[in-house]
Design a protein around this ligand. Structure first.
Ligand code: LLP
Length: 421
């Protein structure tokens, strides 16, 4: 459920007409609903209760500091994968002991930054990284709390580009080698082992792969404890999928995911951490765009809109489906027509949808791409020297621009021409 609904024939973001925001901010822009973000975050907290838990929002899905502040105020932890994300979490006022640091290639500089600023744990992904972290910590006279990410060799049954839990993927250490890697970690002077980490992929629409992975993690917890390790935390990653199409998709709900966690690892007495991104932010955001032209082709009509693949790359990168709805509600029974919805960028990949049935639209009409809150703005670029798409946050009947659209002058002036030219 989200808070982008038609009211009196027009699309609203909570209590604000989307067209009003467009009139103030211009198009394209991302629009997030505070109520939806809040609701989705709380669903996870409730689903894990009464287990001791920390829901760490995966910042990579939506990293605007205002959004992080909203979630941080609700008690969220944060899952970061870079110095930049770590600094965003801190800028949002999230304390270090609620930040977990994931990622396959943490640099020594990133490790130092997090150890200085405070960190709950590093989710270590390889032996060389583990040794480097120990050296950095020793050089600073501190001890780094760690989990080790294990790769359970489970098929997440999701898009190949976002599956991470198979043995051929670059993530984590093979679960079969966990005993020896944990033994080495325990010997390293700069590290304190606190738990186990696992993350098998994103946009999972079934519980079974989670069940297989968490069952393996439970077995591993018992084994590592028997081997003398103090396993007190389990970080179970993110990955729960969302419905992108209305009606005919029903991925498992956080409640069912929580019940599965309780069933598989709930009796171990561990604190449970999860790292959901998409389920919190995905349906909490839309990308609003305006039709520039309707072009009649030989075989089909093109809706040329002012958003492009640089603003929302998911359709061209993962063949992802996003619902596209007009901001003016179509009259009931209005006949649809098939459009190819495309952006203005000079490549065929700049296509959002092919032969999409939509009500008849004309130049100047506003449309909204739904489910665009996760991996939307964060993956945007300035390709074709198009200004980075702005972001707006709505709460109740008010809204604020939480990242402004850069001016063309700012974009051009960012380049420097050497004096010898
Ligand atoms: N934790 C780790 C270690 C991750 O790598 C990810 C996502 C998450 C948590 C959050 O997963 P979520 O709950 O959002 O599924 N750009 C792609 C998705 C990439 C996901 C990468 N890792 C897309 O647009 O579909």
């Amino acid at each position: 459920m989200d808070h982008f609904l038609y009211r009196n024939g027009a699309l609203y973001a909570e209590d604000v007409p989307v067209a009003d925001i467009a009139a103030t901010v211009g198009t394209p822009f991302y629009c997030y609903s505070a109520a939806t973000l809040t609701r989705h975050f709380k669903l996870f907290q409730d689903a894990l209760s009464p287990l001791p838990n920390l829901v760490c929002f995966a910042i990579k899905s939506l990293s605007n500091v205002a959004v992080l502040k909203l979630l941080g105020n609700l008690g969220a932890g944060m899952d970061v994968v870079s110095a930049g994300e770590y600094l965003r979490a801190k800028a949002a006022g999230v304390p270090g002991d609620r930040i977990v640091f994931s990622g396959v290639g943490k640099t020594r500089a990133e490790m130092r930054l997090a150890l200085e600023g405070g960190i709950r744990q590093f989710n270590v992904e390889s032996e060389p990284e583990m040794r480097a972290l120990s050296e950095v910590a020793v050089s600073m006279g501190v001890v780094a709390p760690i989990t080790i990410r294990v790769n359970p060799d489970v098929d997440a049954k999701t898009h190949a580009k976002i599956a991470t839990g198979k043995k051929e993927n670059k993530f984590g250490i093979p679960i079969s080698r966990a005993s020896e890697v944990y033994a080495e970690a325990a010997r390293l002077p700069g590290l304190k082992v606190v738990g186990i980490d696992v993350h098998i992929g994103s946009q999972l629409t079934e519980l079974e792969p989670f069940e297989m992975a968490f069952t393996k993690v439970a077995e591993l917890t018992r084994r590592l404890r028997a081997e003398g390790h103090d396993i007190t935390r389990l970080d179970l990653g993110g990955g729960l999928g969302i419905p992108y199409t209305r009606g005919n998709e029903a991925p498992p709900l956080p409640q069912q995911y929580g019940a599965l966690i309780k069933r598989t690892v709930g009796d171990l007495g561990c604190e449970i951490e999860i790292e959901p991104g998409r389920l919190i932010s995905g349906n909490a955001g839309i990308l609003v765009s305006q039709v520039i032209y309707v072009k009649s082709g030989e075989e089909r009509d093109f809706l040329i809109v002012d958003a492009a693949m640089n603003d929302l790359v998911r359709p061209s990168m993962y063949d992802a489906y996003h619902d596209i709805v007009p901001v003016i509600e179509p009259a009931p029974g209005l006949e649809t027509q098939a459009y190819d919805v495309v952006g203005p960028i000079c490549e065929t990949g700049d296509t959002f949808a092919k032969a999409r049935p939509m009500p008849p639209l004309a130049a100047g009409d506003l449309i909204a791409f739904r489910s665009a809150g996760a991996y939307g703005a964060v993956m945007a670029s300035e390709y074709n020297s198009r200004p980075l798409v702005p972001e707006v946050l709505v709460m109740g009947d008010h809204f604020a621009v939480i990242r402004a659209r850069p001016s063309y002058i700012e974009i051009v002036n960012r380049d420097t021409v050497p004096e010898w030219l």
